[in-house]
Design a binder for this molecule. Structure first.
Ligand SMILES: Nc1nc2c(ncn2[C@@H]2O[C@H](COP(=O)(O)OP(=O)(O)O)[C@@H](O)[C@H]2O)c(=O)[nH]1
Ligand SMILES: [Mg+2]
Length: 465
């Protein structure tokens, strides 16, 4: 995976957080230090690191936790958001079907331009666009051969002339040829023979003037880490139709530095190169990238769902106290089941949050809409006493309720089974073996003082998850 090491260190920092029983200022500060260490190791600029982690700390300690969200979830969300911002703003290369888009590729020699030209051609060809690539590198020996071969591999139109001397004329000829052929994407490869940014920018201006590109893409070698900033900054000043492609993010420990340094110049990163193979190109979406970096799968979807559920089902603290004092009513069970239904299978939830190690049979947690409706009618046929105290429900009452609600005795018994199960769950939670997230965790926070202390000491041994 890209940026393997950074991902691992950040992930373990968050794991440490999720495994801590009680989150206080000290825990937040330690998390912040872990994140700082991870980012500095990845060559992220010190100032950027300090700025970002200061924001994480402040937000984690001061922001109001949204209803229904556990404190740890909230902190994970903050880290995720701040890392995403650090890595850049979302920007995608949009082609117009039926029209042509001219893309001029620039960058220092060896940065990965020619390879990226072929990767881009392959990427857009797979998406159904008609693509042509132009070799305007008249400087490097073998440049023509290299790109023409790549063009064959991708099976795309190629334009070049091994004998041409003037790269600007050549670029213009190629673009005109492909316009006539009604191609939709024309990618122009250049030499980038200069060592200095200024000279590179001058070369770029001249070719750009001649071919009138829709977009100029600077290819930056990711292995240079935060040094990428100079190139990106010079480029940003030189053109306002510029975007960035960062290569070689596989196999470098400095990728985080390159990404964040470029992002800091506000130049949009549109693609990343993650290997030598022609398929190793990805559109760069900061949120998705960070989620994967943290090994969190679909964290965004998870967070959204938690927020939505919380809004839909505000849990009343008074009810919680009663439940934890042992007064679990059928109404409580019903609302918990309803909430679970909305949140989706618990198993999936557990995969999404690291460090959450509870084993609850999925079918116990997820009750389908149909069944929920049936439970509701069953409950409507019960007396207030029965709802409060399901123990009263003997065989004859069950028969009466089944008949009254137009359901079967099995249905009624199933509701009672859910009730018993939930009661057991709550007992487990009180012993400190319950989940640390989600609606049940919310219950835990409402524990009466004596029990709550007990839970925290047990959790603190660290073996609970
Ligand atoms: N590992 C890795 N190597 C890359 C990547 N992109 C390019 N390269 C390699 O970098 C070297 C220079 O690439 P090239 O396209 O010729 O650079 P150019 O001089 O800018 O045209 C080649 O050996 C490529 O295989 C990448 O994303 N990952
Ligand atoms: Mg080249």
């Amino acid at each position: 995976m890209v940026l393997d090491r950074l991902g691992r260190t950040l992930h373990s920092a968050l794991r440490k957080l999720t495994r801590t029983a009680h989150v206080d200022e000290r825990v937040v500060k330690e998390l912040v230090r872990d994140i700082q260490r991870a980012l500095l190791q990845a060559d992220v600029n010190v100032e950027l690191v300090l700025e970002m982690t200061k924001r994480i700390e402040k937000r984690a300690l001061e922001e109001k936790i949204p209803p229904g969200m556990a404190r740890k979830e909230h902190i994970i969300k903050i880290v995720y958001e701040e890392l995403s911002t650090l890595m850049g703003r979302p920007a995608q290369l949009q082609l117009k079907p039926g029209e042509f888009t001219i893309l001029l590729m620039v960058g220092l020699q060896g940065s990965g331009k020619t390879t990226s030209v072929a990767k881009l051609a392959s990427h857009f060809k797979k998406r159904g666009f008609k693509v042509g690539i132009v070799c305007a590198d008249t400087f490097r020996p073998g440049a023509y051969e290299q790109l023409s071969q790549l063009g064959q591999q991708v099976d795309t139109r190629f334009f070049g002339d091994p004998k041409a001397k003037d790269s600007i004329k050549l670029a213009k000829k190629g673009v005109e040829q492909f316009k006539k052929e009604h191609l939709e994407l024309i990618v122009v490869d250049t030499a980038g023979r200069h060592r200095k940014e200024e000279a590179l920018m001058e070369e770029m201006r001249q070719i750009a003037k001649s071919i009138g590109p829709d977009e100029i893409m600077l290819v930056v070698d990711g292995t240079i880490g935060q040094q990428a900033k100079e190139q990106a900054a010079a480029f940003k000043t030189a053109t306002d139709i510029g975007s960035i492609l960062i290569t070689k993010l596989d196999g470098t420990a400095k990728g985080g530095g390159a990404l964040s340094a470029v992002a800091a110049t506000d130049a949009p990163i549109k693609f990343i190169g993650v290997g030598e193979h022609l398929d190793d190109l990805e559109p760069f979406v900061p949120e998705r990238f960070v989620a994967r970096l943290l090994g969190m799968g679909d964290i965004e979807t998870l967070l959204k769902r938690i927020e939505e559920t919380a809004r839909a089902e505000e849990v009343k603290p008074a009810d919680m106290k009663a439940i934890l004092a042992g007064k679990l009513t059928l109404q409580d069970v019903y609302s918990q089941l309803e909430m679970m239904g909305k949140m989706g299978p618990f198993k999936k939830l557990m995969q999404m949050i690291p460090g959450l190690g509870v084993t609850i049979p999925e079918e116990q947690m997820r009750v389908g809409e149909e069944k929920l409706k049936r439970f509701k009618v069953i409950m409507q046929s019960m007396t207030p006493e029965e709802l409060e105290n399901p123990k009263l429900l003997n065989a004859s009452r069950i028969r009466r309720i089944a008949r009254g609600s137009g359901t079967s005795e099995t249905d009624v018994k199933e509701l009672l089974k859910q009730y018993e199960f939930m009661k057991k769950m709550i007992k487990k939670m009180i012993k400190g073996r319950g989940p640390k997230f989600g609606p049940f965790a919310k219950l835990m926070k409402q524990l009466p003082k004596g029990i709550s202390n007990n839970v925290e000491t047990k959790g603190a041994s660290g073996k609970s998850s």
